[in-house]
Design a protein around this ligand. Sequence first.
Ligand SMILES: [Zn+2]
Length: 192
Amino acid sequence: MLDKQGKIDLSRGMPCTGVTVRAVTVKRGCAFHVCKRYETEDEDFMGLALEEAERARERGEVPIGAVITLGGEILARAHNSPLGMNDPSAHAEILAIRKAASRTNNYRLMGTTLYVTIEPCVMCAGAILHARIARVVYGATDPKGGAVISVYPVLTEGKLNHQVEVKGGVLARECGEILSRFFHEKRVHSPT
Ligand SMILES: [Zn+2]
């Protein structure tokens, strides 16, 4: 908002510049125009996972993204890529785990948080346990393949030797919408 002299009136809040917040560059809400406002650190990082999902969509992959953090810093981010990599294991979580392990030079990712836009599958839940990831935050649930609460409670049953703190439903609507839009467009454009 500009005042009568054409200067920015900061009484209405700082202008939105996509400022760096908690080591993450995200668009914050502001008084000047409508833009995304995330309220919590979990939502900030899920917003980045959503950006990764968008990258997957642009490449014709199922739009799923993942981010791994340690102490509020980003260790790795990745998007679903099984088609492009000819690799059925190239889920966003697996690729992010590999990058984070390589970056820390450690096959254990103790103390880390993994953000992923959809409830992890059985394969990824297994990798999360092997990596000793401390916390998993996911967006939408996956009623057909989720291995947290939907199909198999791999991460939450408590029988295995590593326990993972789990939080679901973060930006669930946005995470679900990018998937449903992708599959809707695929149905519309694919010959029957
Ligand atoms: Zn998976």
